[in-house]
Design a protein around this ligand. Structure first.
Ligand code: SF4
Length: 145
């Protein structure tokens, strides 16, 4: 059986990992995922990557290895259900910092199904560039501090 790969942050894996929710049926979930990606684009992949949230309950070994090696584990959630933080904690990790967009950048959650049968818009019409940028800035600051 192959030896389990050893990971060392900043050498053969990312220095910090982000676990983001991505609920595609609300503005908060979509903003969470987009802002996390923008943060990685700004920081570069040596500094941070979005780690596979689904790899935790399914016991994907490289996800556990890279998460154990990370200097910081940041969870990003759109709303108070805090799906990402709960999944990370259920896998046995303690997030260095938990970000919740409704709390930390005062986003107001909008369920996109609410407008079905009324005036449903295109999905990106529910997303604010300003909120994505403010969320991205918050994530970047949290990783760099
Ligand atoms: S934390 Fe909120 S926005 Fe994110 S996936 Fe869970 S319910 Fe959706």
């Amino acid at each position: 059986m192959a030896e389990e790969q050893q990971f060392q942050a900043g050498v053969n894996t990312h220095e910090n990992v982000i676990f983001s929710c991505f609920g595609g049926a609300s503005n908060t979930g979509i903003t969470s995922g987009l802002a996390s990606l923008e943060a990685v684009k700004e920081l570069g992949l040596t500094k941070a990557a979005i780690m596979c949230l689904g790899g935790l309950p399914t016991n994907v070994k490289p996800v556990f290895g890279k998460t154990k090696a990370a200097k910081k584990i940041i969870t990003v959630d759109g709303c108070p259900f805090e799906c990402a933080r709960k999944v990370v904690e259920q896998a046995g990790f303690k997030p260095t910092k938990s970000i919740v967009l409704t709390r930390d950048i005062s986003m107001k959650k909008k369920g996109l199904s609410e407008d079905i049968g009324k005036e449903i818009k295109g999905v990106m019409d529910y997303i604010s560039d300003d909120e994505v940028k403010r969320a991205k800035d918050f994530i970047v600051k949290t990783i760099m501090e």
